[in-house]
Design a protein. Structure first.
Length: 715
């Protein structure tokens, strides 16, 4: 019996790996490689601005596509997720493997790092087991030269049996030659011979048994030896991929199943376990990569990476690692806070000037006052506030964050915190997603895609809101400046920064505690291991960093925030201006929740400000000012002193400020983040849990603090 195949297999494959903008004569090129090899730089240098991003169908994995022209032919470049292997242990590995197998690409360009070639060759050898239509791009040749590392490209090409090109993508060196070689390889017919890795005798015998049922039936699509290996690994995902992309049902093939059972029986008789099969496959590939790497690479300076190691001994040490990390984050926050003030004020002035012109238009046109209130004082003013408060901090924070990322420091942050997250039964990469949440929790949620385990990804998503985003920083800074650091004179800004830093440390601690609770309750499980690479320190490309952080992060998050803020502004204006019995709906609601709010150190207006601030955390303080002053529209006071006096007149104390700061740190995510959670998890259940857990945490903490202070008579 042959392999079962339906006639619609090819159509199914096209639907799954749809390449946008592809013409009938366009050539698809896949770009693969380990993380931190400069793969994105190669992609950006080849395609320029002719690119777009999205998600792979059915996967929360980034999909970047672009195109370039060479000799009147259009080449579509598909940037595959950065991955260390094709064993499909993660969504990224599965996407990369399936596109290489089924994506109909003419050439696979594998980008490797010239400074650590041996490690990168693991992926190259795995891809060469599938296809010979490969071009190896040895990138970062300039860094290798600085470290006095020489790579014999010609010898590497002979050993691998494919074309090898050296590049320095940052400066564009070698890219013209790369285009030329890609075009030549794309026109060649693939040879029958594949790069063969010799495994032990037992495994080779198993391959021989299974390959007899596969060979000749899928050879035109996938190498039969490689497929036999995957089936011997008991890899169900490869069978699912064949059914999904080619409509070939491997599981229902009697001949194939018999031969797999025969091979497994042979392994059992020879006392070879499933883990030993996998270990042998990995070990043989690593040994061959090491052998090739040693043959083609020479080091004039054996201590070429001594400088990196010296720095790492400090930045990742048990004594200095965490304090340096906190100091670094403190500097980033301080620069963001100080740097955002002036552009925020400038934007606010510009938006409110436009508001004045809109008001003149409404009055001169004789339009009703309620329409002006809804559209201008409600929707427009809320959107203006969100943009003026969110845009400058994000435009500063995200580039700074990306600079840390590109320089190689962020993996060190993950290294420092990995042990803590492991003890909390969470994933070490959660440290990186948490850092991204400082800029924007919605961006932090999206970055959770880097976590392979669905269980640990959910933990990271649910707890991401425990670190304050830039929308909550203005409220924290204002309250810290007014009630905590007000007596520090010239050191007030430093005191406020330290207070906010303490809140951040508390947020990290709560993240770890809640992560452990989730791991022991609704998301039970043990932390998974992961490969944490500490890349070489590099000089970031500031131009690329600014463009990438603004377009990929800042504007993306801002667009979502605006889409939520506009309708919310209308609702806020309506409940502040619709009166029932001579009292606004807002005042009625504040009076209704006041007894509850008093239990945890706040008042009804504060709680209503948080509820109405659901669309965007930036508008909590403006709503609170509107409520206290009964203006019917959000406004901002001229100075901190005015804000302090307003709060004191409405019964605030240091306890009110502390409880409000705690609730700022621990309350439901903003609507933009909730929308992002819904899109990432595809579930309202996890969105609701992400809403409930931080809110309950905030209520409990505020209740304990408020009741303890009152019980001890400290206020």
């Amino acid at each position: 019996m042959g392999l079962t195949q339906q006639s619609t297999g090819v159509a199914a494959m096209k639907d799954v790996f749809l390449v946008k903008g592809q013409g009938s004569n366009d050539c698809i090129i896949a770009l693969a490689g380990n993380p931190n090899t400069g793969k994105s730089t190669v992609f950006n240098s080849l395609t320029g601005l002719k690119q777009h991003t999205g998600n792979w169908p059915g996967k929360t994995v980034k999909n970047a596509q672009g195109h370039y022209a060479y000799k009147d032919k259009k080449y579509i470049l598909v940037d595959l997720p950065g991955t260390y292997s094709l064993h499909a242990n993660s969504a990224e590995e599965e996407v990369a493997r399936d596109f290489i197998c089924f994506g109909k690409s003419k050439v696979i360009v594998v980008v490797v790092d010239a400074t650590c070639l041996e490690r990168n060759l693991n992926l190259v050898l795995q891809i060469l087991e599938i296809t010979k239509k490969v071009v190896v791009c040895v990138n970062l040749m300039d860094e290798a030269k600085k470290k006095k590392i020489n790579v014999d490209l010609e010898k590497l090409s002979n050993l691998l049996g494919v074309s090898v090109i050296g590049t320095n993508a940052r400066n564009g060196k070698g890219l013209v030659k790369l285009k030329e070689v890609i075009s030549k390889v794309a026109l060649k017919k693939e040879k029958d011979s594949f790069n063969k890795i010799n495994y032990n005798d037992s495994l080779e015998k198993g391959i021989e048994i299974v390959e007899a049922a596969v060979k000749g039936r899928v050879e035109d699509r996938v190498n039969s030896r490689w497929l036999s290996l995957r089936l011997l690994e008991d890899n169900n995902k490869i069978a699912e991929s064949f059914k999904k992309h080619l409509n070939i049902n491997l599981k229902e093939n009697d001949d194939l199943n018999c031969r797999i059972n025969e091979a497994q029986k042979y392994f059992l008789e020879n006392k070879i376990s499933q883990n030993e099969i996998k270990d042998n496959i990995v070990t043989c590939i690593i040994k061959k990569a090491e052998k090739i790497g040693q043959e083609v690479t020479t080091f004039k300076n054996a201590n070429y990476n001594q400088f990196d190691r010296t720095i790492d001994n400090i930045l990742t040490s048990k004594i200095y690692g965490i304090p340096i990390m906190l100091a670094m984050l403190g500097i980033v926050f301080w620069v963001t806070i100080q740097g955002a003030n002036y552009p925020s004020q400038l934007l606010a002035k510009g938006f409110f000037w436009i508001e004045g012109q809109l008001t003149i238009f409404f009055v001169s046109s004789g339009l009703p006052a309620w329409l002006h209130g809804i559209l201008v004082l409600g929707m427009y003013r809320t959107v203006a506030w969100v943009i003026s408060v969110m845009l400058p901090p994000m435009a500063i924070f995200f580039p700074l964050f990306t600079l840390l990322e590109d320089s190689g420091y962020l993996p060190r942050v993950a290294f420092n915190l990995d042990n803590y997250f492991k003890k909390a039964c969470a994933h070490g990469k959660q440290a990186l997603t948490m850092c991204m949440g400082f800029g924007c929790n919605a961006a932090g949620i999206i970055s959770c895609r880097i976590i392979d385990s669905p269980r640990e990804r959910l933990i990271a998503i649910i707890t991401n809101n425990f670190v304050p985003c830039n929308g909550r920083f203005p409220t924290l800074i204002a309250l810290a400046s007014i009630f905590i650091a007000s007596s520090m004179g010239a050191w007030q800004s430093v005191g406020a920064t330290l207070s906010v830093l303490m809140v951040i440390v508390l947020g990290v601690g709560i993240t770890l505690v809640v992560s452990r609770i989730l791991s022991k309750t609704i998301l039970k499980g043990l932390p998974s291991s992961f490969t944490l690479e500490l890349p070489s320190y590099r000089k970031p490309q500031i131009g690329r960093v600014i463009v990438r952080s603004i377009f990929d992060r800042t504007l993306f998050v801002l667009a979502r925030a605006i889409s939520v803020a506009a309708p919310a502004g209308m609702i806020i204006w309506l409940i502040a201006n619709i009166n029932v019995g001579g009292i606004s709906v807002l005042n009625h609601c504040a009076g209704l929740v006041d007894p509850f709010a008093q239990l945890f150190g706040m008042d009804g207006f504060i709680l209503m400000a948080f509820i109405l601030g659901l669309p965007a955390n930036e508008i909590v303080i403006p709503i609170l000012i509107m409520s206290y002053m009964s203006t019917g529209a959000m406004l901002e006071l001229g100075s901190m002193d005015d804000l302090r006096q307003l709060f004191l007149q409405n019964g605030w104390s240091w306890l009110t400020a502390v409880c409000t700061m705690l609730f700022v740190l621990n309350h439901f995510p903003c609507a933009t983040t909730l929308l992002t959670i819904r899109k990432e998890t595809q579930s309202w259940k996890w969105t609701a849990i992400s809403f409930i857990i931080p809110t309950i945490t905030g209520i409990i903490l505020c209740f304990i603090v408020a009741q303890s202070v009152r019980l001890l008579g400290l206020i």
